[in-house]
Design a binder for this molecule. Sequence first.
Ligand code: AMP
Length: 197
Amino acid sequence: MLNLILFGPPGSGKGTQAARLVEQYNLEHISTGDLLREQKSKGTPLGLEAKKYMDAGQLVPDEVVIGMISNKLDERLAHVKGFIFDGFPRTVAQAAALDQLLTKKGTAISIMLALQVSDAELVKRLLLRGQTSGRADDTSEETIRTRIQVYNDQTAVVAEHYSDRACQVKGEGDIPDITAALSAEIDPLTEDNTEEE
Ligand code: AMP
């Protein structure tokens, strides 16, 4: 399998790039933010619990997110060539849990692709997205700054967990150019996969 983590702060383009890579490599996109927003809009108990953290720009508790991912892997793993994880793992505990879940299924993370974008650009992009996304957490500059802070405090360290498989990619510039830079890192891994098959 080819399992990618698209990593980076909020607004770094993970969702945009994941949508393009999913097409290119025929992988399954798992975005914990999307899954949580779906629960929230359905008004499920999980969604209602998650809402208070999401609206404040804080992380939803690890056990909630890990449980959700575990269900998703059980449901989808047998049917796909691999996954693109977007917005997950966001803590070291989530990374350890993901590794364990994948190991149990006889697979692992192939590569972590970390998008690099300046804080000023992140704030600009998120405020712009807030004008059309309808996302409460994109409309307030204060919440946006909290989310960037939470990323720096709790999430950035996850890159160290995958330091043997992580690579940095410039996340500013034209969208297709960024996709090409990501593909340049992914392609050698798909060649390996083909040889093994
Ligand atoms: P995102 O769409 O990835 O920006 O996520 C939006 C919000 O959902 C975040 O600010 C968190 O409140 C929550 N969330 C998404 N993914 C996670 C995760 N892996 N761990 C904890 N909270 C998450």
